[in-house]
Design a binder for this molecule. Structure first.
Ligand SMILES: NC(=O)c1ccc[n+]([C@@H]2O[C@H](COP(=O)([O-])OP(=O)(O)OC[C@H]3O[C@@H](n4cnc5c(N)ncnc54)[C@H](O)[C@@H]3O)[C@@H](O)[C@H]2O)c1
Ligand SMILES: [Zn+2]
Length: 699
């Protein structure tokens, strides 16, 4: 397979096109492709390729233009910002243009940015930078006259945007009036409109219920919601806003620094993100980048990097602008979490509970900071729902430590010959029949761990994993050998391993064998929660194991618990309770537990705790629509804390449906079935609670 200059497989991407040595043709082709994708992204809010793919083509064009400057034309995407405003909107000219940002993809880029700033300012001292998040939404300019919001416009092509004033007025996060007695005569606040992840999930759920198209990601949902001809629709979507820049200012003096500007904004009731800092030099920039990288998953919204800006505005002015971006700022991007590649085959993997997972074998692709060759397709229904076939170009997502998954295929790149995935009839590892109970999404190998080495290996790897007994040095290869050579069958056998047996394995020096034995010895002293989790009971994850340990205090109390007693544990529902009882009533499992105790595994034990009564115990709730104060997650958390269960769909077994505004088909179903319906005040009444304070953070 031929690779292009960025190392990605050429056939896997739309960058195929003309050969790279016909550079004129190639540049023309890149321009037209980039323009086509920009239109889909900026104008239609419906991109067909991942951003990383777009960025790759963009960089290729930049390189070509650098090598052949006569290729640069004014219509080149490298010279322009965004897309043409939609003609359906009234145009809004920006008195000061709204630009883009240059990107840094690695530490070297950040160091050279800092160097260019020094050169530009002829300054030998450390530069002070203001650092903030790069929100993944869309830019907006909001104009206040004498403190009142008078106009809001999208970025558009940088010079002219779309007048979206009526829509912005429905966004609660944007104040209609500045909270100050001395407002400037004119202030253009620039910032990002975005959608929080939870609101995005809820919106897509509603779209699904209503049989309408779902949005690809929060950015496109935000853009699609703001750029609505009917502001009633915008009003129904929860949009947020963070201010981060300034356009025209009249009747007030400009703060001396960017950080002071943001503080001023916050004092006037404009939402400014708290995750910002003032740092010195390239070192300070990189420290901020890493600190935010660690926090990223926990943020309520998507970011695709951080932004560094020279803090002193007078220095910003001195540095000025290049064609489409300021010289005083740069966006430092996180590695892209989505990339495009080709599915070469679809195989299956057998998990520790026998679950058969379809796995796409991919043309290797760099995504989320690593090279990925396999990505999960979750289960048979997902493969069919997403219609992913062998031979397709697909978008692969790897976010943080999450297992890479195939998100979607790219219809415009589907070749003539693709092949469907067929679930095999028997386990590829042990040959036992694969069965899929009618009401379940997961097909399983019916061999159990006695017959199926894949399940044995999976179970052992789970047992030794970091969150279970945390036995260092017992990795995949070692477990594989131990099982394949029939040296061990169960976890209890691990504690019978001796130095000779271990040293005889491949790639096992005596020193490492000794370390494994030491780690095994150390693991004997553990906690009840880890031990329960390590057993690998289906549906008992880490959190449930902790809850069980807390509730029962000691192992014998858990071993003797009935299904009813298990149901009294917080977070445990009928499915989990049944799974625990069925696991513990299998003599093979109880024997294993006894063997492990006999091998010396121990933990502190205590008496079972007495739980306070739970008013919602045994009751099932379904949430639908938007509640006035509580988010859906908050409402669910409160119901669960009171012992109730939250279900996704309404049935005769539902005790209550909690309905907010725009409740959809679930409400109708509840009315049909005669299920009791609550609004937010009634729910809080039942709970004996108050609504929360406004959730939006305004410094
Ligand atoms: N998938 C596609 O087909 C496709 C097509 C076109 C563009 N794109 C993507 O769009 C991006 C390029 O768009 P762009 O020109 O808007 O640049 P950009 O999004 O990379 O950077 C500029 C924008 O960042 C935003 N921003 C967020 N936080 C900010 C902060 N704290 N300070 C200042 N600005 C902040 C502003 O909206 C600003 O306009 C690329 O990531 C590209 O991949 C994708
Ligand atoms: Zn099997």
């Amino acid at each position: 397979m031929q690779a292009d200059i960025f190392g990605a497989p050429a056939a896997a991407t739309p960058t195929s096109g003309p050969e790279a040595d016909h550079w004129q043709e190639r540049a023309a082709w890149l321009k037209s492709e980039l323009n086509r994708h920009s239109h889909a992204y900026y104008v239609l809010d419906n991109p067909s390729i991942p951003d990383a793919e777009y960025d790759r083509m963009f960089r290729e064009l930049v390189e070509l233009e650098l090598a052949h400057p006569d290729l640069v034309t004014s219509d080149s995407p490298t010279q322009r910002v965004g897309g043409k405003p939609l003609p359906q909107f009234e145009p809004a000219r920006h008195a000061l243009p709204m630009l883009s940002l240059n990107n840094a993809f690695g530490e070297e880029d950040v160091v050279s940015f800092d160097r260019r700033v020094h050169e530009g300012l002829q300054n030998g001292d450390d530069i002070t930078y203001s650092t903030e998040l790069k929100f993944d939404g869309l830019a907006i300019s909001v104009r206040y006259e004498n403190g009142y919001l008078v106009q809001a416009a999208t970025r558009g092509d940088g010079a002219t945007g779309e007048n979206v004033t009526a829509n912005i007025r429905t966004v609660r996060a944007v104040p209609l009036r500045l909270h100050t007695d001395t407002p400037p005569a004119v202030l253009e606040v620039r910032g990002e409109v975005l959608m929080f992840k939870a609101d995005f999930a809820r919106l897509n759920e509603r779209q699904r219920e209503a049989g309408q198209k779902e949005f690809v990601n929060p950015r496109n949902a935000a853009a699609g919601s703001l750029r609505q001809l009917d502001s009633k629709i915008t009003a129904q979507r929860t949009l947020r806003f963070f201010a981060y820049g300034i356009g025209v200012l009249e009747g007030a003096s400009m703060p001396a620094s960017h950080s002071a500007l943001l503080d001023w904004y916050a004092s006037m009731g404009l939402p400014v993100c708290r995750e910002r800092a003032v740092v010195h030099g390239a070192q300070g920039l990189l420290e901020f980048f890493h600190a935010i990288g660690d926090k990223r998953r926990g943020l309520a919204y998507d970011i695709d990097g951080v932004v560094y800006k020279v803090d002193r505005l007078e220095q910003q002015q001195k540095l000025g602008f290049v064609s489409r971006a300021p010289r005083f700022a740069i966006a430092h991007k996180f590695p892209a979490e989505e990339a495009m590649t080709v599915v070469q085959d679809i195989g299956v993997q057998v998990g520790r509970t026998g679950a058969i997972t379809p796995v796409a074998r991919l043309v290797p692709v760099f995504v989320g900071g690593v090279t990925v060759t396999n990505a999960t397709l979750h289960n048979e229904d997902e493969v069919n729902r997403k219609d992913i076939q062998i031979g397709d170009s697909v978008i692969v997502r790897r976010a943080g430590d999450v297992i890479p998954e195939v998100v979607a295929y790219v219809p415009e790149l589907r070749p003539d010959h693709v092949r469907r995935f067929v679930m095999p009839a028997s386990c590829p590892v042990c040959g036992s029949a694969i069965v899929r109970p009618e009401d379940e999404a997961i097909a399983r190998c019916s061999g159990g761990w006695i017959k199926c080495p894949a399940q044995r290996k999976g179970g052992l790897l789970h047992f030794v994993s970091r969150r279970a007994l945390d036995i260092e040095g017992l990795g995949e290869q070692l477990v594989e050998q131990l099982v394949d050579r029939h040296i061990i069958t169960t976890a209890a056998d691990l504690y019978k391993l001796g130095l000779t047996a271990l040293s005889e394995l491949d790639r096992m020096a005596e020193k490492s064998a000794q370390n494994v034995l030491k780690a095994l010895e150390k693991s004997k002293s553990t906690t009840l929660a880890r031990f329960i989790y390590a057993l690998g009971i289906r549906h008992v994850g880490e959190a449930t194991a902790k809850e069980l340990a807390r509730h029962f205090g000691n192992l014998d109390a858990l071993l003797g618990a009935s299904e009813e007693q298990l149901l009294e544990v917080a977070d445990i529902g009928p499915v989990v309770a049944r799974s625990i009882v069925s696991f513990l009533s299998d003599p093979l499992n109880t024997e294993l537990i006894e063997q492990l105790r006999a091998a010396g595994l121990h933990w502190p034990e205590s008496e079972p705790m007495v739980e306070a009564p739970k008013p919602f115990a045994g009751k099932t709730f379904v949430l639908t629509g938007t509640l006035p104060n509580l988010t859906r997650d908050e409402a669910a958390a409160r119901i669960e804390a009171a012992g109730g269960k939250v279900a996704g769909s309404v049935s005769k077994k539902t005790s209550y449906v909690v309905a907010g505004e725009e409740a959809g088909s679930k409400l109708t179903k509840a009315q049909e079935l005669g299920v009791a319906i609550l609004d937010e005040p009634e729910l809080l009444d039942l709970l004996g609670q108050q609504p929360p304070d406004d959730a939006m953070t305004k410094d």
